[in-house]
Design a protein around this ligand. Structure first.
Ligand SMILES: CC(C)(COP(=O)(O)OP(=O)(O)OC[C@H]1O[C@@H](n2cnc3c(N)ncnc32)[C@H](O)[C@@H]1OP(=O)(O)O)[C@@H](O)C(=O)NCCC(=O)NCCS
Length: 146
Protein backbone atom coordinates (compact mmCIF):
# COMPACT_ATOMS: atom_id res chain seq x y z
CA UNK A 1 0.00 0.00 0.00
CA UNK A 2 1.33 3.42 -0.94
CA UNK A 3 0.34 6.27 1.38
CA UNK A 4 1.58 9.60 2.72
CA UNK A 5 4.44 9.35 5.19
CA UNK A 6 3.71 10.39 8.77
CA UNK A 7 5.72 11.21 11.87
CA UNK A 8 5.29 7.63 13.08
CA UNK A 9 7.14 6.34 10.01
CA UNK A 10 10.30 8.38 10.58
CA UNK A 11 12.19 5.83 12.73
CA UNK A 12 11.70 3.13 10.10
CA UNK A 13 12.56 5.53 7.27
CA UNK A 14 15.75 6.66 9.01
CA UNK A 15 16.81 3.07 9.60
CA UNK A 16 16.51 2.37 5.87
CA UNK A 17 18.12 5.69 4.90
CA UNK A 18 21.09 5.21 7.28
CA UNK A 19 21.65 1.72 5.95
CA UNK A 20 21.69 2.93 2.34
CA UNK A 21 23.70 6.13 2.20
CA UNK A 22 27.00 7.40 3.53
CA UNK A 23 25.49 10.88 3.65
CA UNK A 24 21.93 10.11 4.75
CA UNK A 25 19.18 12.68 5.10
CA UNK A 26 18.66 13.78 8.71
CA UNK A 27 15.48 13.37 10.75
CA UNK A 28 15.03 17.14 10.47
CA UNK A 29 15.14 16.96 6.66
CA UNK A 30 12.49 14.23 6.57
CA UNK A 31 10.36 16.09 9.12
CA UNK A 32 10.41 19.15 6.89
CA UNK A 33 9.15 17.05 3.95
CA UNK A 34 6.04 16.13 5.95
CA UNK A 35 4.88 19.74 5.72
CA UNK A 36 6.38 20.99 2.47
CA UNK A 37 4.19 22.05 -0.39
CA UNK A 38 5.15 20.79 -3.85
CA UNK A 39 6.64 17.66 -2.30
CA UNK A 40 5.27 14.13 -2.13
CA UNK A 41 6.71 12.16 0.76
CA UNK A 42 5.24 8.67 0.48
CA UNK A 43 5.87 5.26 1.96
CA UNK A 44 5.13 1.83 0.62
CA UNK A 45 3.87 -0.37 3.42
CA UNK A 46 4.12 -4.16 3.23
CA UNK A 47 2.55 -6.31 5.97
CA UNK A 48 2.43 -3.31 8.31
CA UNK A 49 6.10 -2.42 7.77
CA UNK A 50 7.64 0.52 5.95
CA UNK A 51 9.26 -1.25 2.99
CA UNK A 52 10.37 1.86 1.14
CA UNK A 53 9.78 5.56 0.64
CA UNK A 54 10.11 8.36 -1.86
CA UNK A 55 10.55 12.13 -1.76
CA UNK A 56 9.42 13.68 -5.01
CA UNK A 57 9.51 17.46 -5.58
CA UNK A 58 7.51 19.13 -8.32
CA UNK A 59 6.94 22.58 -9.70
CA UNK A 60 5.01 23.44 -12.84
CA UNK A 61 5.92 20.78 -15.43
CA UNK A 62 9.19 19.63 -13.82
CA UNK A 63 9.95 17.22 -10.99
CA UNK A 64 13.01 16.09 -9.07
CA UNK A 65 13.23 12.62 -7.60
CA UNK A 66 14.97 13.72 -4.41
CA UNK A 67 15.19 10.42 -2.51
CA UNK A 68 14.02 6.85 -2.92
CA UNK A 69 15.05 3.77 -0.97
CA UNK A 70 13.76 0.31 -0.19
CA UNK A 71 14.68 -1.89 2.79
CA UNK A 72 17.00 -4.70 1.72
CA UNK A 73 14.57 -7.50 2.46
CA UNK A 74 11.94 -5.92 0.21
CA UNK A 75 14.14 -5.22 -2.82
CA UNK A 76 13.53 -6.56 -6.34
CA UNK A 77 9.79 -6.70 -5.76
CA UNK A 78 8.95 -3.61 -7.79
CA UNK A 79 8.53 -1.29 -4.80
CA UNK A 80 10.78 1.54 -6.02
CA UNK A 81 9.20 1.34 -9.49
CA UNK A 82 5.73 1.51 -7.96
CA UNK A 83 6.60 4.52 -5.80
CA UNK A 84 8.04 6.44 -8.75
CA UNK A 85 5.15 5.53 -11.06
CA UNK A 86 2.65 6.55 -8.38
CA UNK A 87 4.14 10.07 -8.33
CA UNK A 88 4.39 10.34 -12.11
CA UNK A 89 0.78 9.24 -12.59
CA UNK A 90 -0.50 11.51 -9.82
CA UNK A 91 1.03 14.61 -11.42
CA UNK A 92 -0.23 14.69 -14.98
CA UNK A 93 1.20 18.20 -15.42
CA UNK A 94 4.77 16.94 -15.12
CA UNK A 95 6.60 16.67 -18.41
CA UNK A 96 10.14 15.98 -17.23
CA UNK A 97 11.68 14.33 -14.17
CA UNK A 98 15.28 14.87 -13.08
CA UNK A 99 17.48 13.05 -10.60
CA UNK A 100 21.06 12.53 -9.52
CA UNK A 101 22.51 9.13 -8.76
CA UNK A 102 26.01 8.05 -7.84
CA UNK A 103 27.70 6.74 -10.99
CA UNK A 104 28.59 3.40 -9.34
CA UNK A 105 25.11 2.76 -7.91
CA UNK A 106 24.36 -0.06 -10.35
CA UNK A 107 20.97 -1.01 -8.90
CA UNK A 108 19.61 2.54 -9.00
CA UNK A 109 21.07 3.33 -12.44
CA UNK A 110 19.54 0.08 -13.79
CA UNK A 111 16.20 0.96 -12.22
CA UNK A 112 16.16 4.43 -13.78
CA UNK A 113 17.41 3.30 -17.20
CA UNK A 114 14.68 0.66 -17.25
CA UNK A 115 12.09 3.35 -16.59
CA UNK A 116 13.31 5.49 -19.49
CA UNK A 117 15.71 7.89 -17.76
CA UNK A 118 18.67 9.01 -19.86
CA UNK A 119 22.06 10.30 -18.69
CA UNK A 120 22.49 14.05 -19.06
CA UNK A 121 25.99 14.52 -17.72
CA UNK A 122 28.10 14.06 -14.63
CA UNK A 123 28.68 16.25 -11.59
CA UNK A 124 32.20 15.68 -10.32
CA UNK A 125 32.70 14.93 -6.60
CA UNK A 126 28.99 15.52 -5.90
CA UNK A 127 28.93 12.85 -3.16
CA UNK A 128 32.46 13.54 -1.88
CA UNK A 129 35.92 13.32 -3.35
CA UNK A 130 36.04 10.85 -6.24
CA UNK A 131 32.33 10.09 -5.97
CA UNK A 132 30.56 11.51 -8.96
CA UNK A 133 26.87 11.98 -9.70
CA UNK A 134 25.16 11.04 -12.90
CA UNK A 135 22.43 13.51 -13.78
CA UNK A 136 19.51 11.73 -15.44
CA UNK A 137 16.21 12.94 -16.89
CA UNK A 138 13.11 11.38 -18.33
CA UNK A 139 10.34 13.00 -20.39
CA UNK A 140 6.82 11.74 -19.73
CA UNK A 141 6.61 10.45 -23.30
CA UNK A 142 9.65 8.21 -22.67
CA UNK A 143 8.54 7.08 -19.20
CA UNK A 144 8.08 3.35 -18.73
CA UNK A 145 6.31 2.64 -15.46
CA UNK A 146 5.55 -0.74 -13.93
C1 LIG B 1 17.72 1.30 -6.03
C2 LIG B 1 16.56 0.75 -5.19
C3 LIG B 1 15.73 1.93 -4.70
C4 LIG B 1 15.71 -0.19 -6.07
O1 LIG B 1 14.57 -0.58 -5.31
P1 LIG B 1 13.74 -1.90 -5.66
O2 LIG B 1 12.40 -1.79 -5.02
O3 LIG B 1 14.55 -3.09 -5.34
O4 LIG B 1 13.61 -1.76 -7.25
P2 LIG B 1 12.55 -2.51 -8.18
O5 LIG B 1 12.21 -3.84 -7.58
O6 LIG B 1 11.44 -1.58 -8.48
O7 LIG B 1 13.47 -2.77 -9.47
C5 LIG B 1 13.03 -2.48 -10.76
C6 LIG B 1 14.13 -2.81 -11.74
O8 LIG B 1 15.31 -2.05 -11.45
C7 LIG B 1 16.47 -2.84 -11.76
N1 LIG B 1 17.20 -3.17 -10.54
C8 LIG B 1 16.82 -2.95 -9.26
N2 LIG B 1 17.78 -3.39 -8.42
C9 LIG B 1 18.77 -3.91 -9.18
C10 LIG B 1 20.03 -4.51 -8.87
N3 LIG B 1 20.45 -4.69 -7.62
N4 LIG B 1 20.81 -4.92 -9.91
C11 LIG B 1 20.41 -4.74 -11.19
N5 LIG B 1 19.21 -4.18 -11.56
C12 LIG B 1 18.42 -3.76 -10.54
C13 LIG B 1 15.94 -4.13 -12.38
O9 LIG B 1 15.80 -3.91 -13.76
C14 LIG B 1 14.58 -4.25 -11.71
O10 LIG B 1 13.68 -5.05 -12.42
P3 LIG B 1 13.70 -6.65 -12.18
O11 LIG B 1 13.73 -6.89 -10.71
O12 LIG B 1 12.41 -7.08 -12.84
O13 LIG B 1 14.94 -7.14 -12.88
C15 LIG B 1 17.10 -0.10 -3.99
O14 LIG B 1 18.09 -1.00 -4.45
C16 LIG B 1 17.68 0.75 -2.88
O15 LIG B 1 16.98 1.17 -1.96
N6 LIG B 1 19.00 1.02 -2.95
C17 LIG B 1 19.66 1.83 -1.92
C18 LIG B 1 19.18 3.27 -1.98
C19 LIG B 1 19.46 3.90 -3.32
O16 LIG B 1 20.50 3.68 -3.92
N7 LIG B 1 18.49 4.73 -3.77
C20 LIG B 1 18.63 5.45 -5.01
C21 LIG B 1 19.32 6.72 -4.79
S1 LIG B 1 19.55 7.63 -6.30
Amino acid sequence: MIRNASHEDLDAILEIENGCFTRPWSRKSFEAELFKIRSDFLVCEECGEVAGYIVFWYILDEAELADVAVAEKFRRRGIASRLITHCVEKHEEIDIIHLEVETNNISAVSLYEGMGFKPKGQIKDYYGEGRHALRMSCRRTDYRGD
